[in-house]
Design a protein around this ligand. Structure first.
Ligand code: NAP
Length: 355
């Protein structure tokens, strides 16, 4: 894409929430996209963004503070590219209405992720799944479309698993997560529930991790995605960490890798070449740590401006073949940053329609 092209106008639906605010921060000064519209519920609509938003981190970008919040309706929001950080209770109907109205919707909600004609994409892992957008438009008669990114914990697991699955074929995957409080949105988990505590339950999280990993690491063809044949067992826990989901994995493979070969596969993986150089693409989509006590959310969550998934503690597993730890920023790589990277890839590959 040439730098002389005028910026593409974009909107954020659910702009007042935790993920919505991350979109607003990441889009501030974006070289291709200009945040022109923000939208949220009827509670917030028709009021200034700064007045209805309890801003969580740093300073609110000045250009957005004075925008009037719009209702989440395609007749009230005109941008051709729409980032959705909507609560899943409303995302289904709203996102479909925008797609039918010719908009390209980049969704963070769970509603469409497992639909057979909807791409569930981490660009470095499965950029080729964006081909499903053509199937979706033909099948649904939409001129726009919906592209989703994954559950935030599934994202970290998928990036760590991708190089090893490609080389050795995962057969059985055990996952245990330690997920940050920001993953529950704002205001999220009450402080008396989480301070000094671990909550061994996050509603619907475990099945999402189990099935989304199979879809993302599956193979796309003309008939859709053939899901990866491995089985996944997930435990999801909420912990008193602000940002950064940590995921411990134990994996059995079709072909048992030597430890050093697996380490090399992780160290050398750079993801799909088509992603390199996009504005939000990190230099390293995966950083492999040799020190035994990494990755850690406090030290590593902002690696690659929050877009790098850090992987470490690779060692033999007495039950399966290998175990290791992955960690990444849940509202950046696991949500808004991942969505923006998806949009950049769609624009760069000519799939963004009228945008
Ligand atoms: P959140 O902080 O609770 O924000 C929810 C947003 O949805 C707010 O902007 C809210 O607007 C809006 N909303 C609620 N009801 C609405 C309605 N009836 N009509 C229009 N807008 C409505 O949640 P979040 O953590 O940002 O999550 C947003 C989405 O991203 C969810 O689907 C979540 O599952 C997904 N996600 C979150 C993370 C994460 O790490 N937090 C990661 C990946 C995916 P008002 O302020 O006006 O109520």
């Amino acid at each position: 894409m040439t730098t002389t092209r005028p910026p593409i106008q974009v909107a954020v639906l659910g702009a007042t929430g935790a993920v919505g605010q991350t979109f607003v921060r990441l889009l501030d000064g974006h070289p291709w996209f200009q945040l022109a519209e923000v939208a949220a519920s009827e509670r917030s609509a028709d009021r200034p963004y700064a007045e209805v938003t309890r801003w969580i981190e740093g300073d609110m970008p000045a250009a957005v503070a004075g925008l009037t919040v719009r209702p989440c309706d395609p007749s009230a929001v005109t941008a051709p590219i729409v980032f959705s950080a909507l609560d899943s209770t409303v995302a289904g109907d709203v996102e479909a209405a925008f797609a039918a109205a010719g908009r390209l919707v980049l969704s963070n909600a769970k509603n469409y992720r497992m639909e057979p004609d909807v791409p569930l994409v981490i660009p470095e892992v499965n950029a080729d799944h964006l081909a499903l957008l053509d199937v979706q438009r033909a099948r649904r008669g939409w001129t726009g479309g919906i592209v989703t990114n994954a559950n935030c914990a599934a994202t970290m697991a998928a990036v760590a698993l991708a190089p090893l699955h490609a080389a050795y074929g995962a057969r059985r995957v055990f996952v245990a997560t330690m997920q940050a409080v920001s993953g529950a949105g704002y205001p999220g988990v009450p402080s008396l529930d989480i301070l000094g505590n671990v909550i061994p339950y996050i509603g619907e999280e475990e099945p999402k991790i189990e099935r989304e990993l199979q879809k993302m690491l599956g193979v796309v063809g003309a008939a859709g995605v053939t899901h990866a044949p491995f089985v996944v067992s997930a435990h999801a826990n909420r912990v008193a960490v602000e940002n950064g989901h940590t995921v411990c994995l134990s994996v059995e493979f079709e072909r048992e890798p030597a430890l050093e070969d697996a380490a090399r596969a992780l160290r050398e993986w750079t993801g799909a070449p088509v992603v390199r150089g996009l504005p939000s693409a990190p230099d390293e989509p995966l950083h492999f740590f040799e020190p035994e006590d990494r990755p850690q959310p406090r030290r590593d969550v902002m690696r690659g401006r929050g877009m790098t998934v850090s992987v470490g503690r690779l060692r033999p597993d007495p039950l399966f073949h290998l175990k290791f730890v992955a960690m990444g920023h849940n509202t950046i790589r696991g949500a808004a940053g991942g969505s923006i990277l998806n949009a950049e890839l769609l624009v760069a590959t000519g799939r963004a329609g009228a945008a």
